[in-house]
Design a protein around this ligand. Structure first.
Ligand code: ADP
Length: 436
């Protein structure tokens, strides 16, 4: 006995044949709601009313097996209403008004998705292929109707059909999902293009800014050099001597001019680095000599603040193949920061070999120190520990950004060790020999 009760449309003009089918159902314990019609027109009328009732969810309703009937006592019911969802059409090939092939075509034209089994008469076997081609699920010769085989054919036709529908529904969902993905992909591609465009625009404005910075710094340097040159000339007091107050004023012009020139030079360096216009020039150098020379150049700053400034160089071999200008600029930046941010105590510059191939240079001060949350920010351009306008120490916020770029160009790295109120140590590690 079948578990589900199927709804079947039996189309046959021959009462005896219809009876044979019904008897076979009974014998096979096959539970079905049978709607009987006698010709093609009636069949189409029944199916057409179903087609009208069938909304877009029709296919899914058909997959739903909710029609399982718990009460199997009345195995064969004859349908009283004509507009119900059929699970299958059992179709006599020879009908008085239309042949089976044409009827199958008409049923298909109704857009009804349901399996059709064709009952063929004697001698109709040769058109079986045509029947299957036309879209029938199966065919059974009327002369060979056996209760079990008929029930089996119907059950498997319906099951196969439902399975096909389920696969189709899944496929449909996959197709919809795919389309959605495609749309999303297109949207992402559009966004990617937009981001690309924005990036280009950003790069353009970035380049413009760098160019502007370079031009401005360059243009500012000329008058600054003139101001400093003339104030230096005046300080020589030749041919006429100056009063003490005049000397004092001119010295201040000179000092401020020097600060301004340092800042302009920093900006020029930074814009050159950004534009990739600063070339590294490695050559043999004596690091011991270079450190001591640089320290002496800055000694006056230490003296002004009464700070000690010493070196401790522990190099077995003090010769390097590196860019001496880059090392010197980095050292000047670190040293002037150390002296700037230290009010008592002093600054020490050390150098040693980490390995044969790597050299470390460290600048340690006993100054204000750097809060740990600021330590990774200070290497960013224009970043300062104290960003307020009322800050105590002058500067552009470019020194460490420039130093880091220079050290990176030398294939090295720069590290900071600091504690607020305790002082700071900046360590530069570079290869002894620059290898392009
Ligand atoms: P600038 O010195 O022009 O402000 P830098 O890039 O050289 O710019 O330094 C960025 C910031 O890092 C400084 O403003 C300061 O807050 C902090 N800093 C750098 N060196 C030291 C140091 N030796 N001691 C304390 N703070 C320092």
């Amino acid at each position: 006995m079948n578990e589900e009760q199927y709804s079947i449309l039996l189309v046959d003009d021959d009462e005896v044949d219809r009876l044979t089918v019904k008897r076979a159902f009974k014998k096979a314990n096959f539970s079905a709601i049978l709607t009987e019609v006698q010709n093609g027109q009636e069949a189409l009328a029944n199916l057409a009313s179903k087609a009208q009732d069938c909304d877009s969810n029709c296919a899914e309703k058909e997959i739903d097996n909710s029609k399982t009937n718990g009460d199997k006592s009345n195995l064969l019911q004859v349908a009283t209403t004509t507009n119900q969802d059929f699970d299958l059409v059992l179709l006599d090939y020879r009908l008085p008004d239309i042949n089976g092939l044409n009827l199958i075509a008409e049923i298909k034209a109704l857009n009804l998705d349901l399996p059709i089994i064709v009952l063929t008469g004697q001698g109709d076997e040769e058109i079986a292929v045509e029947i299957m081609k036309a879209g029938a699920a199966d065919y059974i010769s009327k002369g060979k109707i056996e209760p079990e085989s008929l029930a089996k054919a119907i059950t498997s036709a319906i099951r196969i059909h439902k399975a096909e529908q389920a696969v189709e529904a899944v496929n449909e969902r996959l197709r919809a999902g795919n389309e959605l993905l495609l749309l999303k992909n297109q949207e992402l591609e559009k966004q990617k293009q937009q981001i690309k465009l924005q990036n280009i625009k950003l790069q353009e404005s970035y380049n413009l800014k760098s160019e502007f910075l370079a031009t401005m710094s360059h243009e500012l340097r000329t008058p600054m050099n003139a101001i400093m040159g003339f104030s230096q000339l005046l300080l020589r007091q030749y041919p006429d001597p100056l009063s003490e107050q005049q000397q004092n004023l001119i010295q201040r012009i000179f000092n401020n001019g020097k600060n301004l020139l340092d800042m302009i030079n920093e900006m020029l360096d930074f814009s050159k680095i950004e534009a990739g216009k600063l070339d590294l020039n490695p050559q043999k150098l004596d690091l011991n000599f270079l450190i001591k020379l640089t320290v002496e150049e800055l000694r006056s700053l230490a003296l002004q603040k009464n700070l000690s400034l010493v070196t401790d160089i522990q190099l077995e071999d003090s010769f390097l193949v590196q860019d001496s200008n880059f090392i010197k600029r980095t050292l000047i930046n670190l040293l002037s920061n150390a002296l700037k941010f230290t009010e008592s105590g002093g600054v020490i510059v050390r150098a040693w070999e980490i390995e044969d191939t790597t050299i470390a240079i460290a600048v340690t001060d006993t100054g204000i120190g750097i809060a740990s949350e600021d330590q990774n920010k200070i290497f960013q351009a224009f970043r300062q520990g104290d960003q307020t306008f009322t800050r105590e120490h002058a500067g552009t916020g470019l020194g460490l950004a420039i130093s880091e770029s220079l050290v990176k160009m030398m294939k090295g790295k720069i590290l900071v060790n600091s504690e607020l109120g305790e002082g700071s140590t900046f360590i530069v590690e570079i290869p002894r020999k620059y290898d392009a």
